[in-house]
Design a protein around this ligand. Structure first.
Ligand SMILES: [Zn+2]
Length: 149
């Protein structure tokens, strides 16, 4: 089943959940708060925030937290993702998933997975996972799961 962009109500639900998660982020070191929300195949929204750690590499990204919430709720298929951050000076840069999170998203979504961006005030560009992680390696390469669109 091909992906489609979220409907306006879905987009608003993702935006609200991600912005709420961003406000809850634990980022005492970088002060770079990020919120993410994932829409699953049942239309449910799962949110996550970044959680930093004094041992820096042990921190957790918002997207990973949102994916964990989705899996905990019984879903393994993302339909859309929205990431909110305060990028650059005066919010001049959009927060996109880091390289590691792009791969984490690939586990639960195919190349056409819509990835939306936003900051606290505005909606940002829409990408596909393939734009952010071209020629990616996913579960279909291992032959254990069917190829996703
Ligand atoms: Zn990340």
């Amino acid at each position: 089943m091909p992906y489609s962009s979220p409907t306006e109500p879905q987009h608003q639900a993702l935006l609200q959940a991600a912005r709420s998660a961003q406000r809850a982020a634990y980022a005492p070191y970088s002060h770079y708060q990020v919120g993410a929300a994932v829409l699953d195949e049942r239309g449910r929204v799962h949110a996550g925030c970044n959680v930093e750690n004094a041992a820096y590499p042990e921190g957790l990204c918002a997207e990973a937290a949102a994916l964990a919430a989705m899996v905990l709720a019984g879903s393994t298929r993302a339909q859309a993702v929205l990431v909110v951050g305060n990028g650059g000076k005066n919010n001049s840069a959009w927060t996109t998933p880091c390289g590691g999170c792009r791969q984490k998203l690939r586990e639960f979504g195919g190349p056409d997975l819509p990835i939306l961006t936003a900051n606290p005030d505005h909606i940002g560009p829409l990408y596909t996972l393939a734009q952010l992680l071209p020629e990616s390696f996913g579960p279909d390469h291992l032959g254990t799961l069917e190829i996703r669109p």
